[in-house]
Every structure is written in structure tokens, then in C-alpha cells.
Design a protein around this ligand. Structure first.
Ligand SMILES: C=CC1=C(C)c2cc3[nH]c(cc4nc(cc5[nH]c(cc1n2)c(C)c5CCC(=O)O)C(CCC(=O)O)=C4C)c(C)c3C=C
Ligand SMILES: [Fe+2]
Ligand SMILES: [Fe+2]
Length: 357
């Protein structure tokens, strides 16, 4: 086995801190040709689909990829912007703003990567090492931990360092469900919508779902989603009957965590709930699953079932309060990484190296 060396490395150079923000990933284009490799990489991940490999390989290649690639390409076409996929654009904007936040610190480098597709975790981690990062913080932009997202990102990071000679000191954010700043930022976003449009009959917190089986096997995701909802409701002073927690984006035939958003929206009008506001506190950035699935598909379900008013409250994206919350999470991870002391150590190491020659 030959390990990859760190290009541009010289003993005695200034150590830097690399911050890598990650998100799920998105196809390179809204076409079935681009969807196929993206979905194949995503849905071949055993963290995402936990069924025996051989059976799944047949279903994925024989049924899912040919049909889903076509269907999803159509959905992506509807949300695609001139700059590209909303998930990519919004994640890039978040990373740019976080980089701006640390612009006065010459030893901090901020970048972003996608777990599936481009830009890859491998290319961006290599990029950080090439720029002199000897300490790395990975912050998956998922407030709630799930094996399907957070652990899968950890796998991708670990896979990179299996191949490199140098492994940086590594800190990996597990979740930030109860970040006070995040809760306040989300609550303020909801308050703004109340000020502009009034309060709906029901506020719905909608989270991406996972199979029920994963939850029962120990994935804390759904519990953390309920916790986020509870903290938000407390911050907003909402009573039990004023809000709901739902799960969206089901995939496949298996049972997923309930209540399902689409079923709920179809039933609410007959219970006298004629207006809803939907917010997605599990998504950092607007993407296909929020813009199209909530803003269009689920809106139609509610209105067709007799609902009168449906409002989607968008994600925090690159808003200042979100950047502030993320920066606080990064600052906490940096604790103990005293950069000035590191500079002193570096000079001493360089001197020792000179003397040993
Ligand atoms: C078994 C399938 C899936 C699981 C489990 C799953 C979990 C999960 N996903 C997100 C966040 C996002 N998912 C997105 C798209 C997406 N998700 C799945 C399937 C599962 N997700 C598919 C097949 C797709 C692709 C689109 C489609 O064909 O419907 C996205 C948006 C990507 C984009 O390009 O905009 C996000 C974000 C979470 C948070 C999660 C579990 C907690
Ligand atoms: Fe998903
Ligand atoms: Fe979806």
C-alpha cells in the first residue's frame, strides 16, 4: 500500500485549521443522464438503504434507476436556476458567508463539499490539506443526527483518510439539534412570516423521513426532530394544539416514521384546519425536497383537500442569524486549538529540525 503524500508540504510551515461544511449532494444537471450516476451513488450507500446488497442491487439497477432518474430529472428541471441546483447554490452561499466570518483569521480555511456527487468530500479534504490544514472540523449541515446522513458523511471522511499519509487532528460535529442560536434564528424566521401574513390555523414542522426500522434500531433522528419542534414551540410560546411535527419524502414501500406530511395535509381540511404554514427545520438549505415537494406537491394536496391557504416558510440558507449559529458551533469545535501557541511550537520544531541537519 502506498499512501498519498501531502502535496506542497514542508516541515515548519504554518498549521492551518480547515473547516469543511457538507451537505447531501445533488445531480450535476437536471437530466436523466446526470440523475443516474447521482442516484446510483446515493442509493448504493448501505447507510441509506439497509437491505441485503444482492437483492438491493437487482432492484436498484433493474427498477429504480431507469424509472426514478427520468421522474426526478423532471422534478429537478422545475427548480433548477441559472446558477445550478438550489441545494448547491445555497450551500455554496452558506460556505462563502462562513468564510467571510473567519476572514480576519489567516489560519482558518472554510470550504464545502457534497456527500454524493460534486464537489466531493475527497477533493475538498485534499484541497484543505494542500493549503496547509493540519486540523480539520467537519460540519455536516444536518441539525439532527441520522445514520443515513451524518454517519454516512463520517464514512466518506474516513474513506479519504484511509488513503493519506497524514491524518489531520479531526473534529466531527455529530448534531446541533439544540443550538440556542439555531432555534432563535428559526423562530425569528417564523415570526417574520406571522408579521407579514398572519398566523395560520396550524404551524407544521416538516422533517425528511427515515424508515421506521432505522429508528427502532437506534437512530436518534426522529427523537431529535421532536426535540427541535419542542424547543421551537417553547421559543414561540405555542401550545400543544398549535403545531404538528410531520415527516416527508418517503421512498420505497417500507413504513417510515409517522405522521406522514402528505397524509396529514390531505386530512387537515376535514378537521377544520383551513390554513397552514410549513417550515422545514431539518434542512439548512432550500432544495428539491423543500421547493418542489413542499412548495408545490404538498401545497396541491392541501388545497385540493379543501384547504384555503398554504404558506411555505423557506430555510435559513445564508441568512445572517444562520451563519452566526453555524459559526458558534465551529468556534466551540476550535476550543483548545490555540493557534498562537501552535505558531510558537512550529518555530521550535523548525529550529529543532535545523539543528538536527
Ligand atoms: C432510502 C432513501 C432515502 C433516505 C433514507 C433519505 C434520508 C434523508 N435525506 C435527507 C436530505 C435530502 N434528501 C434529498 C433528496 C433525496 N432523498 C432520497 C432518498 C432518501 N433520503 C432521494 C432518492 C433523493 C433525490 C431526489 C429524488 O429522487 O426524490 C435532498 C435534496 C437533494 C437535492 O438535490 O435537492 C436532501 C437535502 C435527509 C436529511 C435524510 C435523513 C434524515
Ligand atoms: Fe433524502
Ligand atoms: Fe422527494
Amino acid at each position: 500500500m502506498k499512501f498519498q503524500n501531502t502535496p506542497n508540504f514542508s516541515h515548519g510551515q504554518q498549521d492551518k485549521i480547515g473547516v469543511l461544511l457538507t451537505n447531501l449532494g445533488t445531480p450535476d444537471a437536471p437530466t436523466k443522464e446526470a440523475l443516474k450516476p447521482y442516484l446510483k451513488e446515493f442509493l448504493s450507500d448501505p447507510r441509506v438503504v439497509e437491505i441485503p446488497r444482492l437483492i438491493w442491487w437487482c432492484i436498484l439497477n433493474g427498477v429504480i434507476l431507469p424509472f426514478r432518474s427520468r421522474r426526478s430529472a423532471k422534478a429537478y428541471k422545475g427548480v433548477w436556476t441559472e446558477e445550478g441546483s438550489p441545494l448547491l447554490v445555497n450551500t455554496q452561499n452558506i460556505a462563502n458567508k462562513v468564510a467571510e466570518h473567519y476572514s480576519d483569521k489567516s489560519d482558518v480555511i472554510v470550504d464545502f463539499a457534497m456527500r454524493y456527487g460534486n464537489p466531493s468530500v475527497e477533493s475538498k479534504l485534499q484541497g484543505l490539506l494542500n493549503q496547509g490544514a493540519r486540523k480539520v472540523i467537519v460540519l455536516p449541515l444536518y441539525p439532527q443526527y441520522s445514520a443515513t446522513t451524518t454517519a454516512s458523511t463520517f464514512d466518506a471522511v474516513a474513506d479519504v483518510f484511509k488513503k493519506t499519509r497524514f491524518i489531520p487532528e479531526l473534529r466531527f460535529v455529530n448534531h446541533y439539534t439544540d443550538s440556542k442560536k439555531l432555534i432563535i434564528a428559526l423562530a425569528n424566521k417564523i415570526r417574520k412570516s406571522w408579521e407579514a401574513n398572519g398566523k395560520a390555523d396550524k404551524l407544521i414542522f416538516s422533517y425528511h423521513g427515515i424508515p421506521n426500522r432505522y429508528w427502532h434500531n437506534g437512530d436518534p433522528y426522529a427523537c431529535q426532530c421532536h426535540k427541535t419542534s419542542r424547543l421551537l414551540a417553547e421559543e414561540l410560546g405555542l401550545g400543544e394544539g398549535e403545531y404538528l411535527t410531520c415527516f416527508q419524502s418517503r421512498f420505497g414501500k417500507e413504513e417510515w416514521v409517522k405522521p406522514y406530511l402528505d397524509h396529514t395535509l390531505k386530512a387537515l381540511p376535514s378537521e377544520g384546519i383551513k390554513s397552514v404554514q410549513v417550515v422545514c427545520p431539518g434542512f439548512s438549505a432550500d432544495c428539491l425536497e423543500t421547493i418542489e415537494e413542499i412548495g408545490e406537491e404538498n401545497r396541491d394536496y392541501f388545497l385540493e383537500a379543501g384547504g384555503a391557504k398554504f404558506e411555505y416558510i423557506s430555510c435559513l440558507n445564508d441568512e445572517a442569524e444562520h451563519i452566526d449559529a453555524l459559526s458558534e458551533i465551529i468556534d466551540k469545535q476550535m476550543l483548545g486549538w490555540n493557534v498562537e501557541a501552535d505558531v510558537e511550537m512550529r518555530d521550535k520544531r523548525a529550529e529543532a529540525l535545523r539543528q538536527s541537519k
